[in-house]
Design a protein around this ligand. Sequence first.
Ligand code: 2M8
Length: 440
Amino acid sequence: MILRDALRVLIANWDGSYTVPSRTLYPHQWSWDSAFIAVGNARWSPRRARTELLSLFGAQWRDGRVPHIVFNPSVPEGAYFPGPAFWEARSPSGWATSGIVQPPVHALAVWRVHQAEPDTAFLARMYPRLVAQQEFLRAQRRGPDGLISIVHPWESGMDNSPCWDLPLQAVEPMPDGVRRRDLTHVSAAERPTDRDYERYVALARAYRDTGYRRACAFSVEDPLFNAAYGIAERTLADIAAEIGRDPEPHRAEAAATTEAMVRHLYQDGLFHPRDALTGCLVRSASAAGLVPLILPDLPREIANALIGTGLDLFGLKEGVLPSYSPAASAEFDPVRYWRGPSWINLSWLVWQGLKDRRPDLGAALAEAMIDLVTRSGFREYFGPHTLEGHGSHDFSWSAALILDVVAEHGLNGVPLTAREFGQQARTFGEAHHVGDQVPA
Ligand code: 2M8
């Protein structure tokens, strides 16, 4: 049932060459959403997963950046704000895009797709694009300590995490307010405040006005983003080896990133963001600080300390992972967007780092993710205590990543063989197939 429901969401949100995160709230292609969606689609339609990634990278800029939104020209400007008229950006291939990026989890997705159905031609096609994506970050975002900065909260993917409250104070809000579209679809109590939006838009406009070249009033080294950058290098080493390229430089870069993160972002059992403009650590209690568990070369004592914090501050034993610790009662909000609710993608990232180090806790997290969607459907996020769904309905990465969790962890404690899973999924998928347009 859960498999069929997940597939139904993914099929309904498919637009021919990519998947919209949500038909209502997010009617275009989003960068890290497409990576997570490809991880799930790899389990039943690797071809569709490859198409999703190729179509995203079809809008890559000449400088290597992969824009965080690729706009569908047939969706009206007013359907999403800020839309193409605001960003005024176009990829060399002619797509209207935004000018900012999101965490580079795409190499991981490419590798998962290849593992599901080996295809070295696909790897060879993606490799230079993934390398260019990393080179953009090194060229334009790397600071003297070897860490990558984000220049907008939207680049973190965890848009209104309490981590950004302090750094955002340096941003002057838009004086005349902004015309939001999100509140047409979701209750205001579950979305960022108007004041936050006024700052997001002012900051995006300022960055746009530099030609998308220079950081403005916000520049932060985020642990999730840097962990994604590090695991991308580690995965690029595997991809390089598979297609006869040299994996060593990627391994070295991954190791250097882990080391820089431990030296500069780690404190008292958790990774924290650092404000690159002031040099100050932004002490916080965000679950983003647990994501470096994904880095295989993280020193064992640091990994153990992170797991200890996961147990103490994030209730890891119970499984449901809040995006921000309820113990930080002044900032924690159980229903508002990235300020506390549980998200499937964040839980999945932490699960990746946990399942080999602590299989018991990994299993609890997997069960909790399955339980959340079984009770409340494929919602965008969930109350970590009530388990109620919030944000948009039929949300793509919640559906996709659950396919991946079920394929690996099984259902109701019963492991599904790859064959059983594939059969169930394919039978339903083929019956509801819509045409894929493979990008050139
Ligand atoms: C949310 O972000 C967009 C802006 O990019 C928004 O609120 O309008 C975030 O949850 C982000 O991580 C996600 O990629 C995007 C689409 O699902 O929605």
